[in-house]
Design a protein around this ligand. Structure first.
Ligand code: GTP
Length: 219
């Protein structure tokens, strides 16, 4: 698309992209994160696949601002965002959730893998030197809390975030620079119960055949 129409379309695409990103770190912003989380929750509810949400918070970040200044704090946020990006898969979504809090949505993530990723993130952040001023390098740590989506149960993104936040709180209160992930609840829902939950069209391998067209005359 060339000419004025292409130019306007380019502007619209650019603005749409900007509206999804946090300007400081380039990660997904909170609004986009909520959309991704909503989509993931829908997928998990339908497929029963495991998905993990990690909430991360930089430890004692206030003192970075207090000692080195706000723009040094901003540099730390950008460096942590880059480190996070180096630790996750392209299919995962990284977001800046709030001031110094980040979130990671990991679809198709089994329990053992989730712990490995969370620990990898924690170690990578702790071992990254960040230049906050000429010839001044510092290191920061993160506390990480995680919760798996409830499989086969219709929940809400707010409840999922709350569960991950509770784990983050535990990580903070048990000394910081550590990972706390909620035990993945075993799905005790039987195939019969699943069909009660999702209707008779559900079969263990997914959704069964559509029923034959009804003869009610409705097209
Ligand atoms: N530089 C910078 N600072 C920010 C930004 N957003 C929030 N902050 C600061 O982040 C700090 C958060 O401090 P607290 O909530 O007390 O947490 P903390 O010092 O990290 O302590 P713990 O989380 O308990 O380990 C505050 O000083 C905020 O001003 C930002 O965009 N840039």
């Amino acid at each position: 698309m060339d000419g004025p129409t292409g130019y306007v379309q380019g502007l619209i695409d650019g603005l749409c992209e900007l509206s999804l990103r946090d300007p400081l770190t380039g990660l997904a912003n909170r609004r986009h994160f909520r959309t991704v989380l909503e989509r993931e929750l829908d997928r998990v509810t339908r497929s029963g696949e495991a998905a993990l949400l990690l909430m991360l918070d930089i430890d004692h970040f206030k003192s970075v601002n207090d000692v080195y200044g706000h723009s040094a704090g901003d540099r730390v946020l950008q460096a942590v965002a880059r480190t996070l990006a180096s630790c996750v898969r392209p299919m995962d979504t990284l977001a800046r959730y709030g001031g110094e809090e980040f979130a990671v949505v990991l679809p198709a993530c089994q329990a053992a893998f989730g712990r490995v990723v969370a620990e990898r993130i924690r170690r990578a952040v702790a071992s990254t030197s960040i230049e906050v001023a000429p010839q001044t390098q510092i290191q920061v740590t993160v506390s990480v809390g995680g919760a798996f989506a409830l499989q086969w149960i219709r929940s809400t993104t707010m409840l999922w975030i709350d569960r991950a936040d509770q784990q983050l709180y535990l990580a903070k209160s048990s000394g910081r620079n550590c990972v706390q992930i909620e035990e993945q609840p075993d799905s005790t829902v039987s195939a019969e119960e699943k069909s009660l939950l999702f209707g008779p069209m559900y079969s263990p391998s997914g959704w069964g055949e559509l029923p034959p067209p009804s003869d009610t005359g409705v097209n």
